[in-house]
Design a protein around this ligand. Structure first.
Ligand code: OGA
Ligand code: NI
Length: 337
């Protein structure tokens, strides 16, 4: 069996060569500080216009924010985390049944990012699941551990509700009708990546995920409460987003940057690894329907900026995204007018 996974139970004493970045690409961990003033949005706040205003500012200035009082039950989150941990502790032979490095597969366990394309690997294993419509994909999801399907489907449904609520507020924050973005995006897809980063013998030489932007609309990230690792680029500096209990990190993806005609930022972010502890995160990606036409909203192009990106369908964009390496230029650059 050719095992490419790194969550095998084996402790590595040094980093294999294929994970080592050249000097100029390393994360320079000693220079990274904690992010200050990360915007925190209270979605239950009674002052709706304040929430909308805060979201707008966060999307413009940071490209990410944390959300509290998001409506996702604590129990759903805990069960998801528990099931994900159990999954990654399964014997490697069991996990390998789901292994694939083919990006178009809708349910798969994989490693790094795009094993077939990339030159240097990343210190990450991940379970990637399509989640919507749920009944279409659920039968292919892991059946082991036995709790997995229940836990992950409840989690997905709750996160979707939260995401759609947030989308309304984002729409309003752009001065649009509440339902505007949802209407443009059509029957929205939802994907999940359960990321697992085992302890790494030389964290300063590699990444869990190198700098990237997410190709979808926006991402709802559940961070490990006990081990930080998410870093974002803010004002030209990498900074760590410290986990906040009962909160999700939301980052704007490429499609919102395009729809907003560049007003909102699909923020560069990365995951770093550490020597002592495994780290887990669960990323939920809301995506436009494949045939949704991504075109800047008319209301947002009349201010002298012009139309920044050409029109494209999400299917076209997604294909381009997966045909590249993760740490190249911003994928949206390829769609500029
Ligand atoms: C991702 C991602 C960050 C993390 O899955 O796209 O950016 O902290 N994850 O795991
Ligand atoms: Ni990401």
């Amino acid at each position: 069996m050719d095992v490419k996974l790194i969550s095998t139970g084996i402790q590595y004493s040094s980093l294999p060569e294929s994970y080592k970045r050249p000097e100029s690409e390393r994360p320079k961990l000693s220079e990274v500080e904690d992010c200050e003033n990360v915007p925190i949005i209270d979605l239950d706040c009674e002052n709706r216009s304040l929430v909308v205003q805060q979201i707008g500012e966060a999307c413009r200035d940071y490209g990410f924010f944390q959300v509290i009082n998001h409506g996702v039950e604590k129990e759903a989150v805990e069960k998801m985390v528990e099931a994900a941990k159990e999954f990654f502790s399964l014997p490697v032979e069991e996990k390998m049944k789901l292994y694939s490095d083919e990006p178009s597969k809708k349910v798969r366990l994989s490693t790094s990012f795009n094993v077939k394309k990339e030159k240097v690997h990343n210190w990450r294993d991940y379970l990637r699941l399509h989640c919507f419509p749920l009944d279409q994909y659920l039968p292919q999801w892991p059946s082991n551990p036995p709790s997995f399907r229940d836990a992950a489907s409840t989690y997905c449904m709750e996160v979707r509700k939260f995401g759609l609520r947030l989308e309304e507020a984002i729409s309003e924050s752009l001065g649009l009708q509440k339902a505007h973005i949802e209407t443009v995006l059509g029957q929205q897809g939802q994907h999940m990546a359960v990321n697992f980063y085992p302890p790494c013998p030389q964290p300063e030489l590699t990444y869990g995920l190198p700098a990237h932007t997410d190709p979808n609309t926006f991402t709802i990230l559940l961070q490990d409460l006990h081990v930080s690792g998410l870093q974002v680029l803010h004002n030209g500096k990498w900074c760590t987003v410290k986990p906040l209990p009962d909160a999700f990190v939301v980052n704007i993806g490429d499609q919102l940057q395009a729809l907003s005609n560049g007003r909102y930022r699909s923020v560069w972010h990365r995951a770093i690894v550490n020597a002592e502890k495994p780290r887990m995160s669960v990323a939920s990606f809301l995506c436009p329907a494949d045939d949704a036409l991504i075109s800047p909203l008319e209301e947002l192009t009349g201010d002298g900026i012009g139309v920044v990106y050409r029109d494209f369908t999400y299917a076209e964009y997604y294909k381009k995204f997966w045909s590249r390496n993760l740490d190249q230029e911003h994928c949206l650059e390829l769609f500029k007018n």
